[in-house]
Each structure stands twice: as C-alpha cells, then as structure tokens.
Design a protein around this ligand. Structure first.
Ligand code: ADP
Ligand code: MG
Length: 233
C-alpha cells in the first residue's frame, strides 16, 4: 500500500489541446503516494493518455503544477523535462514503441543512455537488463533476438523491462495489456507487479478495462479526478 511522501501530485492542472476547443482537462487534485499501484480507469477519449503526457512532460499544463518526485516539471524547459523524464519515469506505451530491428537487450538498455543517475542505479547494465527480462518471463532465445521477432506478449515484457531498468521512482503505463488476451494479461500483470515491488517504484496504469482492478492497491476513475468541460470555449 502507499505510504510516505507523494511521488506524483497534480494541483489545479488545466490543459486544452491547441485548436481543440471541444476537449479540456481540469484536474483539481490527483496524488500518488510512494510505492502504491494505482489503476486509473476511464472511457476511451476521456483524456487518460493526455494526462499521462502531462505527467511525463511531453506536453505542459496551461495552468497548475505537476510535481514528480518532489520537482515541479511545469516550470522546466523542454530539455530539462526530457532529462528529468529519462531519469525518473519508466514508460510503458500502448503500442510498446520498441525498436524492431534492435536486439531485445539494446531496447531495454535504451533509457539508460540519456540518464546517468538511472544508469548508475542499474548496476552492470547488461546483466541487469538480462535478469529483468528473464524475471519477466522471457526465455533465453527471445532475449537474444531482435525485438521485432517476438510475439506481442513477449514484446510487452520487453517494454516492461525497459520501463523498470534503473528503478525509476514512477512507472507509467498506458493501456499496456489491451493487445493481450485475458490469460496473458493476468500473467503479465503478476510479473510486472513483482518487479515493481522489487524496484520500490510507484505504478500508475491507465485503462478502460475494469477487469484489471483487483490487481491494484487503488482504483481511481477519471470522472472522479477531472472536470471535463465538453464544448467549452
Ligand atoms: P484516452 O487516452 O482516454 O482515450 P486521449 O487523452 O487520447 O483519451 O484523448 C482525449 C481527447 O484529446 C480526445 O478528444 C482526443 O481527440 C484529444 N487528443 C488526444 N491527443 C491529441 C493530439 N495529439 N492533438 C489533438 N487532440 C488530441
Ligand atoms: Mg489513450
């Protein structure tokens, strides 16, 4: 369960996509405690991916503060935000975003290239990457392959290993199980949770799939944290 200081805190955050008057996010207060796992549920189009982009700093809030591991990322330059994200946030994307022609281990090692502190936490990077992959259930022949050769379920495990390497304090996952069947989903989540616990990280996953709820410490609904002003100017 969550305890200790907040690892993520959004206060009075507002965001509208440029030129898209029909959608706006308005989040008065959303906080994650250190080491908790939270599932954020919402319909397609409710703004889950937009919210994760605000948390990762790939887009910046029009108003309010986004504090990650004690630092307000809204006040950073774009370059500082990229650096901060690389060091502090492990990302698992809906479409995995692996480099198909690169080896599995090179995919896993990629985030360390831009994050010296995270690299230092990763021990001997190649050994750590290999251990993470096998802990996530990847067989040796898959670990030795190019990422594009793997099954969808295996690629998802590579994406998880890439997010976990170097133990970033916040792991963010955008519908990472939507491409998996139910049995593969449950196995993947069990393995992911075991590794998140080992690293001591905080996990925020967004999904439209309420069946994932029993795996998490806490479930939050988009409708409970946002005021969405459909049709606002
Ligand atoms: P979800 O992840 O919950 O499905 P999104 O955050 O992707 O929701 O989308 C919320 C709203 O923002 C939608 O109306 C969508 O069309 C819009 N939106 C998402 N990404 C962009 C973008 N890059 N540019 C403009 N509008 C976007
Ligand atoms: Mg989305």
């Amino acid at each position: 369960m969550g305890s200790g200081p907040a690892i993520l805190s959004l206060k009075d955050v507002r965001y509208a996509w440029p030129g898209r008057a029909s959608f706006a996010l308005d989040i008065p207060d959303f906080t994650l405690a250190a080491s908790e796992s939270v599932l954020l549920l919402g319909e397609s189009g409710s703004g889950k991916s937009t919210l994760l982009s605000l948390i990762c700093g790939t887009i910046t809030a029009d108003a309010g503060t986004v504090t990650v591991a004690g630092t307000d990322i809204a006040s950073m330059s774009a370059g500082q935000r990229d650096q901060f994200r690389a060091e502090h946030i492990g990302l698992i994307f809906q479409q995995f975003n692996l480099l198909p022609y690169a080896r599995v281990l090179d995919n896993v090692l990629l985030p360390l290239r831009f994050a010296p502190l995270r690299r230092a936490r990763a021990g001997v990077p190649l050994e750590t990457a290999s251990l993470l992959c096998s802990s996530l259930g990847l067989p040796a022949d898959a670990i030795a392959a190019h990422a594009g050769m793997l099954s969808v379920g295996q690629q998802q495990r590579v994406a998880a290993a890439r997010a976990l390497i170097g133990a970033p304090p916040l792991i963010v996952a955008d519908e990472p199980t939507s491409a998996l069947d139910a049995a593969t989903q449950a196995t993947f989540l069990d393995l992911l949770f075991a590794q998140v616990r080992t690293s001591g990280g905080t996990l925020l996953m967004v999904s439209h799939d309420a069946r994932l709820a029993p795996h998490f410490d806490r479930v939050v609904y988009m409708s409970d944290i946002i005021r969405t002003r459909q049709g606002a100017l």
